[in-house]
Design a binder for this molecule. Structure first.
Ligand SMILES: [Zn+2]
Length: 202
């Protein structure tokens, strides 16, 4: 395995000799996670609507697969969001992370979050003190959890979409003197050199 690493690294370097090909590979790596987030989001909404209507979940216990799927999409989401928001202040975290998304997507995500928080409050208020159910999850439990799934899959989709739109070269901005700079910066914080237009200005 270890002898394979230099060969793989070399191949990677040869193929990534231009920014365009780096971006191409980056988008290729992200695309299955973006697709999975989209599928997870749609299934979460379907499970949620069924639960709100009070009908039993068509796929029974398989609904918990949505729970597992979150971990699959959340890891790359965390990685790219830290990269995207490097140098940004904490309060601007989502604003910067979602900067590659169209405005409607950001608005939709904020609505999903607002709804998810209300749904969680409703879940706590209606299920507190009830005994642990056996067998298939009852609609009120699926209703509670699916609100969270919608938030996680929605946030994963939007963040990964944003990173894909900005591209690796857009996330890995450097000043003319080689210092790392944030994706929205106009000047280098270390040397003050003016920077080329970022994704945001294009
Ligand atoms: Zn600099």
């Amino acid at each position: 395995m270890s002898s394979l690493q230099p060969a793989v690294a070399q191949l990677f370097l040869v193929r990534c000799n231009s920014r365009a090909s780096v971006d191409k590979i980056f988008r290729l790596v992200l695309s299955p996670f973006i697709a999975l987030s989209a599928i997870g989001f749609v299934l979460s909404v379907a499970a949620h609507l069924a639960a709100v209507a009070g009908s039993p979940i068509p796929f029974g216990k398989a609904v918990w697969a949505l729970h597992i799927g979150i971990f699959v999409v959340w890891l790359p989401t965390i990685l790219v969001s830290y990269r995207l928001t490097r140098g940004a202040s904490r309060k601007d975290f989502w604003k910067i992370a979602l900067i590659g998304c169209p405005k409607w997507m950001r608005t939709a995500l904020y609505i999903v979050f607002g709804y998810g928080i209300l749904n969680f409050a409703f879940f706590i208020a209606t299920t507190a003190g009830h005994p642990q159910p056996k067998g298939d999850p009852p609609p009120q439990v699926v209703r509670g959890f699916s609100g969270h799934w919608m938030m996680f899959y929605g946030a994963a989709f939007a963040t990964l979409y944003s990173a894909s739109a900005i591209g690796y070269s857009g996330m890995d901005r450097k000043c003319p003197n080689g210092h790392s700079v944030g994706i929205t910066a106009k000047f280098c914080e270390e040397c003050g050199a003016p920077l080329e237009p970022s994704f945001v200005d294009r």
